[in-house]
Ligand binder design. Structure first.
Ligand code: 5AD
Ligand code: SF4
Length: 441
């Protein structure tokens, strides 16, 4: 969601005549669009703010940290000139000007955020994120999202379809529908519409070859979603379904609204209704009061579920959440125990991921290439099942649709060779302005 918000920040700035630079020291404005879900994400921002060396630049912080900490950011990082909420994005150019004279704090009402009404400068043409709802009303006990992004608001269905139509007419072939809990889409409408229907409509838009979505919540998922996934080849057979903990006791304290059996029933149904579906998940270890036996329940669930991939997190204490208040009552887990549990569950999942990837070797897959790999002469692409494929840079331009043969599998990714460039990279006209302002983020 944040990466997509950044595409809007870029869109607004570029419309106002700014140009992006990848060299922060060259930038007139440096913007940090931040995440507060875990302390480690915030620590990275504090570190980067310390490291800012350029003089005369405007340094801005927006996103969840801006919302959570407001003016306190100026105290801890005096170099920051501007703290703003993305709901104030329409005023960004004026805010930048004002903040050249004094520090500016601009936070509006988060529930009024209409970020999708702003222009977008998308990172990719072929694959595009399309938010369908904002905020979250689930209030899992450990999570800051409902506080920093507000209560759940569904985006009008007509607006979503119009955006997908317009993307498809520009050549986008993949849309990724975004929401903290896509399954509860439309419940706030007078005439509710289910997420499965949204998927069905979006998949029927001419030119759209792939529809993906995230994130799903086990409690709100309806089995009609799996019917649509099975019947519509455009709906990709991938489900990201966080389970967080395998222990019923911990799940209760997390306020997740389901128990382990409920979760297992959902994924068993998913596999029955959509053979070959790829399943990924999120796991938190070290939640307050988590005993060795609770943790073993998590390991057992990982073993039983056989996920394609899992994002594993150590519980991070977030002020003012319910879990934060529970820490004294239930007991904090030591950093050493959290790390041990993290490593143990990572080791188990790594083995499962590595084994699961082997089934792809020798197959042909359609891959959309998205970015350069950090290491080696490769580009990173994704299959319809959302598996990562590394392809040789010399044959595979970024932002293309490629028919690839999978030649090898590793710990977390597949490797392949290019068979056919199905849709080549679109060439964008170069910006022509000479004396432009530069921004970095
Ligand atoms: N500590 C650790 N992980 C968290 N997540 C959310 N809040 C916390 C927290 N306080 C994880 C959950 C969620 C993912 C996006 O981040 O697993 O699904
Ligand atoms: Fe946070 Fe997801 Fe729970 Fe919403 S459903 S409160 S975003 S963990």
């Amino acid at each position: 969601m944040n990466v997509h918000d950044s595409e809007h920040i870029s869109g607004v700035l570029e419309k106002a005549g700014y140009q992006r630079t990848d060299l922060p020291q060259e930038a007139d404005v440096v913007i940090f669009n931040t995440c507060s879900v875990r302390k480690s994400a915030e620590d990275k921002v504090w570190g980067a703010l310390q490291a800012i060396s350029g003089k005369g630049q405007v340094v801005a912080v927006c996103g969840c940290m801006a919302r959570r900490l407001g003016a306190d950011i100026f105290t801890r990082a005096p170099r920051v000139n501007l703290v703003f909420g993305v709901e104030e994005l329409g005023k960004i150019v004026d805010l930048i000007e004002m903040s050249k004279n004094s520090q500016v704090l601009a936070l509006g009402n988060v529930d009024d955020c209409e970020i999708d009404s702003h222009p977008t400068k998308r990172n990719n043409f072929l694959s595009a994120w399309v938010p369908i709802s904002y905020g979250c009303s689930r209030f899992c006990s450990y999570c800051v999202v409902p506080y920093v992004r507000g209560r759940e608001r569904s985006r009008p269905f007509s607006e979503i379809l119009a955006e997908v139509d317009s993307l498809a007419s520009e050549g986008t072939v993949e849309v990724i529908l975004l929401g903290q809990n896509v399954n509860s889409y439309g419940r706030d409408f007078q005439e509710p519409i289910g997420f499965a229907e949204v998927l069905d409509f979006v998949a029927s838009v001419e030119g759209i070859r792939r529809v993906k979505f995230e994130t799903s919540h086990p409690r709100d998922i309806s089995y009609s979603l799996f019917e649509v996934m099975r019947n519509r080849e455009e709906v990709c057979p991938h489900l990201h379904l966080p389970f967080q903990s395998g222990s019923d006791r911990v799940l209760k304290h997390m306020r997740r609204g389901y128990d382990r059996q409920f979760y297992l029933d959902v994924i068993n149904h998913a596999r029955e209704l959509v053979p070959g579906i790829s399943l990924t998940t999120d796991i938190i270890v070290g939640f307050p009061g988590e005993t060795e036996s609770d943790f073993e329940d998590t390991l057992a669930l990982v073993e039983e579920a056989q996920f394609d991939f899992a994002y594993i997190f150590k519980y991070s204490s977030r002020e003012n959440t319910r879990a934060y208040l529970l820490e004294a009552e239930l007991g904090k887990i030591s950093e050493a125990d959290k790390t041990r549990r993290f490593l143990e569950v990572s080791r188990l999942q790594d083995e499962i991921t590595e084994r699961a990837l082997k089934r792809f070797v020798g197959r042909e897959e359609e891959v959309i290439t998205l970015s350069h790999a950090k290491k080696g002469p490769y580009v990173i692409g994704r299959t319809a099942t959302n598996h990562i494929v590394l392809l040789p840079e010399k044959d595979a331009p970024i932002d293309s649709l490629i028919r690839a043969r999978i030649t090898a599998s590793g710990k977390h990714a597949l490797r392949g060779e290019v068979q056919e460039l199905l849709i080549p990279k679109r060439v964008e006209p170069l910006p022509c302005a000479e004396n432009v302002l530069r921004y970095s983020g």
